[in-house]
Ligand binder design. Structure first.
Ligand SMILES: Cc1cc2nc3c(=O)[nH]c(=O)nc-3n(C[C@H](O)[C@H](O)[C@H](O)COP(=O)(O)O)c2cc1C
Ligand SMILES: [Mn+2]
Length: 486
């Protein structure tokens, strides 16, 4: 089952009790974002804003499009519904389904008409503030239009088209600021190719689509792989694309809002500060690239999706750990490494992974596995890698913390690697390193029994299933209620 547009997804959230329709007038200035943020804090349904101050009721917005649910039996309901799965699907089930579908990509189809062309503004008609763009956090450098938006750009040499989610701020009614990090695909295209050749880079930004498109926009897919083909695979149906008005790019035909234009070389304006996904404001204000808008197309009664980033768990922490884990697991399996499971705890905001291994097949294997993780595109941000034996449930932090303390020698089994490139948003960076985009580091916690430890020397685990005879274990489990327990 695939959604034809954002509205079908919103209806399905409504049916599943994952949406609250807010009819009172809500201020775009800090109030819409505060409601969205409280919905993350309480793991409450997504807020749908039907009337926004200073705007006609036909301009709507929706917060927390991928937030998690307070019901433990359906924590990932929104992500599961995005993939047309049962809302009770677990993280592990979603990861396996993602891998299966992602490895069967489907090419998009071109169409001539689409709902995103119901309104077309060019020239003097362009006014980005026509949309109820939120001012999200007190102290932000401006109103942010792109918080759950895909930016589409093309590699000038290979024609590869990349879709990525990057934050976008309003400078004025025709100009936006964008945070382009050099190691992201958009950054490789812009800094290494377009800007190096003194050429403008065309872009299209889309907001409010089949939610699968937002998932691939923030997934860590390898370079030269088409996010829109993967989206086709994930929704098990080709994505319908339509030509842009003023740039040589294609966008989803039924997008709520599309912004087109160019990112000129060597022009910068101050962007930020911004309440970031690390849970802190660390990146500050910097001169960053700008987007000059040449057309805006949108549906009648458009709906703007909003993510209000900050302390986990918001949309970014609900989606990215799952897709990164899936990409990483798929990559490690292709290398035929005997990896069992991969999990990124959402609280680690995409920078910590726990990886379990079925076996420890050769000396130095754990270090080799860690380097394979960091060499993978999906492992770029994984500063903290915890490798555990296969008897540890990677999704259970009680078991993971126990394995770290019981099996990882604090001097011999922690390996540190310094001086890598780094996201300038990491809160622990020094101001100097943040400015240069360096100072990154990786750490491996080896929580496996050493390869050369004779089996007889491996301490015995004191759990019911291991340290008691099976007959006794089976007997007490079978009689549990008879003893008087619930
Ligand atoms: C809500 C949200 C906002 C994001 N903003 C940025 C950003 O401003 N800059 C950035 O480099 N990555 C940002 N990311 C992470 C990228 O989307 C992610 O790294 C993705 O893999 C980038 O696509 P690429 O691999 O095609 O470059 C954001 C992710 C989310 C979910
Ligand atoms: Mn990409």
């Amino acid at each position: 089952m695939a959604y034809n547009d954002f509205r079908e997804y919103i209806d399905s959230l409504d049916e599943e009790g994952e949406l609250v329709r807010i009819k009172q007038e809500i201020d775009w200035n800090l109030e819409m974002s505060a409601i969205t943020r409280r919905s993350y804090d309480l793991k409450a349904p997504a807020p749908f804003f039907e009337k926004i101050k200073d705007y006609d009721a036909s301009f709507r917005a929706m917060g927390a499009p991928a937030g998690v649910s307070s019901r433990p039996d359906r924590f990932y309901a929104r992500l599961a519904l995005t993939l047309g799965m049962d809302p009770g699907a677990t993280g592990t089930e979603i990861i396996e389904e993602y891998i299966k579908r992602r490895n069967n990509p489907i090419k998009p189809v071109m169409v001539d008409t689409g709902l995103c062309k119901e309104n077309i503004d060019t020239g003097d008609d362009i006014d980005l503030l026509k949309f109820p763009i939120p001012y999200l956090h007190e102290g932000d450098g401006g109103r942010y239009i792109g918080t759950w938006a895909n930016i589409i750009t093309k590699d000038p040499d290979t024609g590869w088209v990349n879709w990525g989610m990057y934050r976008v701020m309003i400078h004025d009614k025709k100009t936006m600021g964008i945070s382009i990090l050099p190691h992201k695909h958009i950054g490789m295209m812009y800094y290494q190719k377009y800007e190096a050749r003194d050429k403008p880079m065309e872009f299209a930004m889309t907001m409010g689509d089949d939610p699968v498109l937002s998932i691939v926009g923030c997934a860590f897919l390898p370079p030269q792989m088409s996010e829109v083909d993967v989206a086709g695979g994930l929704r098990e149906k080709a994505v319908e694309l339509i030509k842009c008005e003023t740039v040589d790019l294609e966008v989803p035909a039924n997008s709520e809002i599309v912004v087109e234009g160019i990112i000129p070389p060597k022009e910068r304006m101050d962007e930020g500060p911004f309440g970031e996904y690390t849970g802190y404001v660390a990146g500050g204000v910097q001169p960053r690239p700008i987007c000059k808008v040449s057309a805006v197309t949108y549906r009648n009664d458009p709906i703007l999706p909003i993510s209000c980033m900050g302390m986990p768990i918001d949309d970014c922490h609900a989606v990215m750990p799952v897709t990164i884990a899936a990409e990483l697991l798929s990559d490690l399996r292709k290398q035929q490494l005997p990896v069992k499971d991969v999990y990124l705890p959402p609280e680690g905001f995409n920078h910590m992974a726990v990886v379990s291994t079925r076996v420890n097949p050769f000396g130095g294997y754990v270090q080799k596995l860690a380097h394979s993780i960091w060499a993978s595109k999906a492992g770029t941000n994984l500063s903290y890698v915890v490798i555990v034996d296969g008897d540890v449930d990677v999704t259970n932090m009680e078991e993971v913390v126990h394995a770290m303390v019981a099996k990882c020698h604090p001097y011999k089994n922690i390996y540190r690697f310094k001086d890598s490139s780094c996201s300038p948003l990491m809160p622990w960076l020094s101001p100097e390193d943040r400015k240069k985009g360096v100072g990154g580091a990786y750490v491996l916690f080896d929580c496996t029994w050493p390869k050369d430890l004779p089996p007889a020397a491996i301490p015995k685990k004191v759990t019911l299933d291991v340290a008691w005879p099976k007959e006794v274990y089976d007997k007490i489990v079978a009689n549990w209620k008879e003893y008087g327990y619930e």
